[in-house]
Design a protein around this ligand. Structure first.
Ligand SMILES: [Ca+2]
Length: 332
């Protein structure tokens, strides 16, 4: 599903982000229903919330259709966190719902005709507009406190940047982000020199280009070539969830196209891991500038004064992250 992109050399730096003692104020931005690794993201976030290490302020869906929101809702509800606000993109990327695991799992019904997975919201088409919710949520937070983990298209983020004052804040979108957001962690792009556009970028090139060029805080990128090597083992899906009759991540994996049963890359969960735990599991590049070309390829150049970075990992770090994802996902 996800595709590669462009290249160059790696630069090591000692960029440090510490894991705060108080809960990370997290916003999750997702194209739920495309690749199944978004589900592991959501499971991780719910586990972090359960641990008290994350306060999830909202989840923004950056594709059209109601199934992504329904699935997101049922996972939060499964973990007892159905009160997490969910918001929808307006004029977002349009993709068919009906073949996605989000549609299939959110429509599963038992013999009694009831949904197998309860949910907390009703009419998903009337969920709040994501950009409006961003403004409402950000305006109520401490300055410099919010971390955004974006693992889909940049649609909502780019639209937020273009907003003006409203009932929630006299600040423009850019001013509000600069004031309230600590950092933006994204799964987008590739820097391995293979010359292909990565999926999250090519699906909304103008939005990705705007975020990489103009987003007013630091941006940390988990590129395609990192996540493709971090596998979630299918044997865990098959063996580690027997403590519950049905688990939405298991049903999602089993209904993700023809890929089951196989291990799945973890492009997106590495972003959540970084957003919550910082550099503990990763190496971080020297500062760069990122340019998105007309075909959606991401090109970077070193810039000592820049505030974009990409993550990279050693084989030992990959193994450690894989083991940690399994431990976190299977906690109960
Ligand atoms: Ca995704």
């Amino acid at each position: 599903m996800k595709r590669i992109l462009y290249v160059s050399a790696l630069f090591v730096c000692t960029f440090l982000t510490s894991c705060a003692d108080k809960p990370v104020k997290l916003i999750f931005e997702t194209d739920m229903g495309n690749d199944v690794d978004d589900v592991l993201c959501q499971v991780l976030i719910n586990q972090y919330v359960e641990q008290g290490s994350v306060d999830c302020l909202m989840m923004g869906i950056n594709k059209t259709g109601t199934a992504p929101a329904a699935f997101t809702d049922l996972v939060n509800t499964f973990y007892g966190h159905g009160d997490i606000p969910i918001a929808l993109a307006r004029n977002g990327v349009q993709e068919p719902d009906s073949s996605s695991y989000a549609y299939i799992v959110s429509n599963m019904k038992g013999e009694n005709g009831q949904f197998i997975y309860p949910r907390s919201y009703g009419d998903y088409s009337s969920l709040p507009d994501a950009v409006t919710m961003y403004r409402k949520v950000l305006s109520g937070q401490e300055d410099g406190s919010v971390v955004i983990a974006s693992v889909g298209f940049s649609t909502n983020l780019a639209q937020l940047m273009e907003t003006g004052a409203d009932q929630y804040s006299p600040l423009s979108g850019m001013e509000l982000i600069r004031k309230k957001v600590k950092s933006l962690a994204v799964m987008a792009g590739s820097f391995n020199g293979l010359g292909h556009g990565e999926y999250n970028v090519i699906m909304d090139i103008p939005a990705a280009r705007k975020v990489f060029a103009e987003w007013p805080t630091e941006v940390i990128i988990s590129p395609w070539e990192l996540g493709v090597d971090v596998l979630y083992p299918v044997k865990s899906i098959q063996n580690d969830f027997t403590w519950v009759k049905r688990h939405p991540m298991v049903d999602a994996f089993k209904n993700y196209g023809d890929s089951y049963p196989s291990d799945r890359p973890s492009w997106d969960p590495t972003v959540v891991l970084y957003a919550v735990e910082g550099t503990k599991w990763f190496n971080v590049s020297a500062p760069i500038d990122v340019r998105v070309d007309d075909e959606g390829r991401t090109l970077f150049t070193p810039n000592p004064n820049g505030n974009r970075y990409f993550l990279y990992v050693t084989p030992e770090q990959i193994k450690a992250i894989e083991d940690y994802f399994v431990r976190m996902a299977t906690r109960h």
